[in-house]
Design a protein. Structure first.
Length: 611
């Protein structure tokens, strides 16, 4: 970077280019959303058959290409803003040095040299003269030598030292600009896609590397963006986001998608976009890692007339077995999430929002998926699954949430409904089927529920804050727990020193206990606390919960008459049948979700089943 280039550099050209890429990113995002939520939705509503199915699959691939374009253009925009920020700092230093020199009657030449006048005071009977070329020639090609030449020039004229100071400042500015150029040039060159029309898992893995590269380069620029409040409440998070400019939001989200996606209080659409980026990049990373694992050798090999353990398999399993299991389970969960995205429009399902996602690197992975936008919904239901839930096995829970939406939507024509699968805690694992009445040792204790309770509280507070920010008022919220999920809800609702849970109704299904022995202790009101469980013999989890003491005392669960909740009828024949299509159990939950309490069928006899 030479003197004239930095002096005359028009940084607005970089900013304008960044704006152009950001606009392209937004256009790609809008195109993706239009394909997923409008075009495909309408095609499914009006067309059927193999031709329609093939067209939808092609459109889904096009949507994913637009998503990749959105992410990469967002990174380029941030990189250009980072480059402009670094060059602006260097150019500002240069111009300040020039201005200071000229205000002192010094002359800065076209090559960056600094000329100084003759001294006014005499030395040894005569005034030291000035110099037309006494300043260092700073051309950016060899700054160290230029500074050394300046320092080696011994001159009794005091203006010489002042000129040297100005020259040093010019040299430092040029050095900073040169370093910025050298830092950003390879990063910008790396931000290009393959010359084909297919976005592969490898491309997404590369996009993740691109993000890390830009992040390392743009640290100074990103530091200029106000950081989110540490440990901020959902309300504080929302205020922080609203305080950023559109450019700052885009750049921060491009560099910190996982943080933005996990931030309660932010709009659902913002969190969804961020988490979809994390999902796509993680999926690419995990698939690439799985593809790199060598094929599994045969576990047994012939030895005479029998089969014996293959030592090659033993060595392979010791090195790759755990990694393959972890990657496969996580990828299965990611595929399930993608299938839900692709199912928009099927059986009337609305757009899905990914409100939380993290892979199974630690624990079982996490995922929060909403059917419909909770920020604008009249009625929102948050479903908390129980023991044994993992990212890889999340399909069953997403299906339950889908069915809750479908029935609730049908029961409330003209009203917006959102149902959310909330799996953002480490659930206890189960080695035994619950429908056989066996509680896994991990599920006998409250520690998993206690750890997850504040996370659920914060999420519900965030849902409330985002809804208020969008509509100016609260919607109607129902929190539904299944099995150990009800125990977590109990911990969240009874939290000492905290206000009531940000929910209007609680529905406790197949509960082993909720840490209190009275409905009123959950603080939403006994008349807004609902419980159902199939009779002992069909669902023994309640009995198991009594035995191990997940209630406030050893013999209280939500369906006990003494608990004081509204006891709903159920036609479930086991621990997992409460969301069966066409069931009274499902309809009862939907009636609570939309606030039609008179439509809920209650019972005083747990043996009674729905007609």
């Amino acid at each position: 970077m030479d003197f004239q280039t930095l002096k005359s550099l028009k940084l607005s050209e970089f900013s304008d280019a960044a704006d152009g890429y950001r606009n392209t990113s937004e256009m790609a995002s809008n195109a993706k959303d239009s394909i997923d939520n409008e075009i495909i939705f309408k095609m499914r509503d009006s067309l059927e058959g193999p031709t329609a199915g093939s067209a939808i699959r092609q459109l889904q691939r096009l949507s994913r290409n637009f998503h990749y374009t959105q992410v990469e253009c967002g990174l380029i925009s941030t990189a250009l803003n980072g480059l402009a920020h670094d060059l602006h700092a260097a150019q500002k230093k240069l111009r300040e040095a020039i201005a200071d020199a000229e205000s002192s009657k010094f002359t800065v030449g076209a090559d960056g040299s600094v000329s100084y006048p003759a001294a006014e005071a005499k030395t040894d009977g005569k005034a030291p003269g000035g110099s037309a070329d006494g300043g260092a020639n700073i051309d950016g090609s060899n700054l160290a030598e230029a500074l050394q030449r300046q320092a080696n020039s011994v001159n009794p004229n005091p203006n010489h030292a002042i000129a040297q100071g100005y020259a040093n400042r010019i040299a430092e500015a040029l050095q900073e600009a040169t370093e910025a150029d050298a830092k950003w040039a390879p990063k910008l060159r790396a931000l290009k896609a393959d010359d084909d029309l297919k976005v592969s898992h490898g491309d997404w893995a590369d996009a993740q590397k691109d993000m890390q590269g830009v992040l390392k380069g743009a640290d100074d620029y990103l530091d200029s963006i106000t950081e989110p409040p540490k440990g901020g409440s959902p309300k504080e998070n929302a205020e922080w986001w609203q305080g950023l400019s559109a450019q700052e939001r885009a750049d921060y989200a491009a560099m910190h998608p996982a943080s933005v996606g996990a931030m309660n209080g932010l709009p659902a659409a913002v969190r969804d976009e961020a988490n979809r980026t994390v999902l796509a990049e993680t999926r690419g990373e995990y698939q690439t890692a799985l593809n790199a694992i060598p094929p599994e050798p045969k576990k047994l090999v012939p030895a005479g007339r029998s089969l014996v353990a293959n030592p090659e398999w033993t060595a392979w399993n010791a090195k790759y077995g755990d990694d393959r299991l972890r990657l496969t389970d996580a990828l299965q969960g990611m595929e399930t999430i993608q299938k839900r995205f692709d199912a928009t429009g099927k059986e009337g399902l609305p757009e899905a929002y990914l409100l939380g996602f993290s892979p199974a690197g630690e624990g079982d992975g996490k995922v929060i998926v909403a059917n419909g936008n909770p920020d604008t919904a009249d009625h929102t239901a948050v479903y908390v699954p129980g023991t044994g839930t993992t990212l890889g096995g999340i399909e069953t829970d997403l299906t339950r949430s889908d069915r809750l939406w479908q029935v609730s939507h049908a029961f409330a024509p003209g009203q917006d409904v959102s149902t959310i699968t909330w799996f953002d805690y480490d659930a206890p694992r189960s080695a035994y089927p619950f429908d056989k009445g066996d509680l896994d040792p991990e599920a006998r204790h409250d520690e998993y529920a206690a750890a997850g309770a504040p996370i659920l509280r914060d999420f519900l507070d965030g849902t409330e804050a985002a809804h208020r920010a969008e509509t100016g008022e609260s919607g109607h919220t129902t929190t539904i727990g299944h099995s150990y999920g009800t125990t977590l809800i109990g911990d969240a609702a009874k939290a000492e020193g905290k206000g009531p849970l940000a929910t209007d109704d609680l529905v406790l299904v197949g509960s082993p206990g909720v840490q209190v022995d009275r409905a009123e202790d959950l603080r939403v009101g006994a008349d807004h606390t609902w419980a159902m469980t199939a009779p002992v013999g069909d669902d023994n989890v309640g009995l198991g919960g009594k035995i191990v003491g997940l209630g406030d005392n050893w013999w209280t669960i939500p369906t006990d008459e003494s608990f004081g909740a509204n006891r709903m009828t159920t036609d479930s024949e086991d621990h997992s049948g409460y969301w069966n299509e066409g069931s009274r159990s499902l309809e009862n939950q939907a009636s609570v979700i939309i606030g039609e309490y008179d439509e809920v069928k209650l019972t005083t006899d747990l043996v009674e089943l729905a007609n």
